[in-house]
Design a protein around this ligand. Structure first.
Ligand code: AMP
Ligand code: ZN
Ligand code: FE
Ligand code: FE
Length: 279
């Protein structure tokens, strides 16, 4: 079982990187990828955990991007974390995310008893800050039932409290990932419940820039989306992946609920700058 999309407390997952690897091992996963939002800060801990459990580790990052007015998530696998151009872009996104979170708390705080300190209590060290941390703070203050409820109300993109954040253009990000020796895969390209999705023309542009694959199999895709994405991947010569997008207790997604074929992983590893860490 190969699951190439999971989050830890280095971003908005609820388990530490070592716990994510341990959970993957307990779930019978052979290969798991740690793909925290806009960071590689969980990698070292996950590497140490992978060498002491039965589960192999793919080091990755889920990069926040924009394309037109749509938000795009780009998975990068096995890139050099020291690559200056990619690092600079991720640093910029994390900085913008922090300012945006503070701005949202200012707006929410005008109507509800929520402070920045409440949010900081939910953030693990240098983790990439996102709306899930605001959700956890709202839950802790009794202002929402759970993350899902918070996202459906106060944190919704349609809420007056919502603020966006800066992120690179998706086609530029594909080039940055390749320049860093990474293998770029478009995460949940048809997750319509999250907001606008990009037209096929954007995927074609990303493919021309070096995109390696599409995350076709994902909880946020219905049968039509899966069929259309599989066709698109075939017509553009892209890999097909499937993964859970695990966030620990932060989402219902369970490790291994969607998986990737060994042949796709073989291509990813052959194109990536880093090796898969095997126990
Ligand atoms: P942000 O990138 O800060 O705008 O927050 C988006 C993140 O929140 C994504 O990584 C999602 O995994 C997570 N998210 C989105 N909707 C929900 C939800 N309904 N429940 C829990 N987490 C969510
Ligand atoms: Zn997330
Ligand atoms: Fe995502
Ligand atoms: Fe994700």
């Amino acid at each position: 079982m190969i699951d190439l999309h999971a989050h830890s407390s280095a971003s908005d997952g609820t388990q530490s990187p070592a716990q994510v690897v341990a959970s993957a091992s307990a779930a019978g996963i052979d290969v798991v990828a740690l793909t925290d939002h806009d960071t590689t800060s969980g990698w070292d801990e996950a590497v140490a955990a992978a060498t002491s459990t039965g589960t192999a580790l793919v080091r990755g990052t889920e990069i926040s991007c924009h394309a037109g007015g749509a938000s795009v998530h780009l998975l990068s696998y096995l890139h050099d974390p020291a690559s200056p151009a990619l690092r600079a872009e991720l640093d910029r996104s994390r900085g913008s995310r922090l300012r945006r979170a503070r701005l949202m708390v200012d707006r929410i705080g005008a109507d509800h008893p929520l402070t920045w300190d409440d949010v900081l209590e939910q953030v693990d060290g240098e983790a990439t800050v996102g709306r899930p941390h605001l959700a956890d703070a709202l839950v802790a203050k009794g202002l929402a039932r759970d993350r899902g409820h918070a996202f459906a109300t106060i944190l919704s993109t349609r809420s007056p409290y919502f603020v966006g954040h800066a992120a690179p253009d998706a086609v530029d990000a594909v080039r940055l990932v390749r320049a860093a020796g990474g293998v770029p895969v478009f995460a949940h390209p048809r997750a319509v419940l999250r907001g606008r999705v990009v037209p096929d023309a954007v995927v074609e542009e990303m493919a021309a820039a070096g995109l390696a694959g599409l995350e076709v199999h994902h909880r946020d895709h219905d049968a039509t989306a899966v069929r259309e994405l599989a066709d698109l991947a075939a017509s553009l010569g892209l890999l097909v992946t499937g993964s859970s997008d695990y966030h620990g207790a932060g989402k219902e997604n369970r490790l291994g609920e969607f998986t990737t074929g060994a042949d796709a992983l073989e291509v990813i590893e052959s194109e990536g700058a880093l090796e898969v860490v095997r126990p």
